[in-house]
Design a protein around this ligand. Structure first.
Ligand SMILES: Nc1ncnc2c1ncn2[C@@H]1O[C@H](COP(=O)(O)OP(=O)(O)OP(=O)(O)O)[C@@H](O)[C@H]1O
Length: 227
């Protein structure tokens, strides 16, 4: 569990008249679950990218647990991201040709952080997300099953933060509801800070803390716990 502070932050892109993202001040206490909504182009993906250190800021700071992630070297930031953030994306980002279990273990293996404990946890997580065939190749799975593999992968290194970008957008309503349930309950169980970007009313409705982005700015006041 780590807390977040966004300070006087701006992200601009060439050709845009106004910043894609402009946030004066935002704080999220450790362990809080937050939903981020907003129309297309309002800056949601840009927000995800600065929270994970994938996009550079033009101004300001994004501090996780007090550390401005821009102050880290690129290799330290990559290591920090792998250790700290579990990411779930709309289009799964799984590797075809690999089994569900190998997909779950791949990031930890690439970071040379995999051991017998990681494999055990990977198998347990597959079980928890309701997948009973760890050796099944991911390209033979349904979309809902693929996203459940991605959720298990995001959690395998016990991340302090889980960030999900439209995790239910490419799923039918039944699979979407299952994935939403898994993300929320697993974040709770692991005591992770959770940030979910979504348009899905069923998913957003599960969050007490919500912000809405309009033109790159936070439009709605964060609720009490996230203020
Ligand atoms: N690399 C880039 N270069 C130029 N403009 C960009 C770049 N990335 C994003 N933008 C612009 O920044 C604005 C915010 O984009 P962003 O992708 O964050 O929106 P979004 O809310 O995630 O949209 P969507 O819901 O459609 O994915 C948009 O106007 C977009 O065109």
């Amino acid at each position: 569990m780590i807390d977040l502070a966004i300070e006087a932050t701006e992200v601009t892109f060439p050709g845009l008249a106004t910043p894609a993202l402009s946030i004066d001040s935002f704080r999220l206490p450790a362990g809080v679950h937050l939903a981020v909504t907003g129309a297309s182009g309002s800056g949601k993906s840009t927000l995800v990218n600065i929270l994970t250190g994938l996009e550079r800021l033009n101004k300001g700071a994004v501090r996780w647990d007090g550390t401005d992630i821009a102050s880290l070297s690129e290799s330290r930031r990559d290591r920090w991201r792998g250790e700290t953030v579990g990411l779930v994306m709309q289009d799964f980002h799984l590797f075809e040709g690999l089994s569900a279990l190998d997909n779950i273990l791949l990031p930890a293996r690439l970071a040379r952080a995999a051991n017998s404990e990681t494999t055990k946890r990977g198998r347990e997580l597959l079980d928890i997300v309701g997948l009973s065939r760890p050796e099944q190749k991911v390209e033979t799975m349904s979309r809902g099953e693929m996203q459940r593999v991605a959720v298990a992968r995001a959690l395998v290194r016990k991340p302090a933060v889980i960030i999900a970008d439209e995790p239910t957008a490419s799923l039918d309503s039944v699979s979407g509801a299952q994935v939403a349930e898994l993300i929320v309950t697993l974040a709770e169980r692991e005591k992770s800070t959770l940030i979910v970007v979504s348009h899905d009313p069923a998913l957003i409705g599960r969050f007490d803390n919500r912000i809405r982005l309009v033109g790159g700015r936070i439009a709605a006041e964060p609720s009490e716990a996230a203020a």
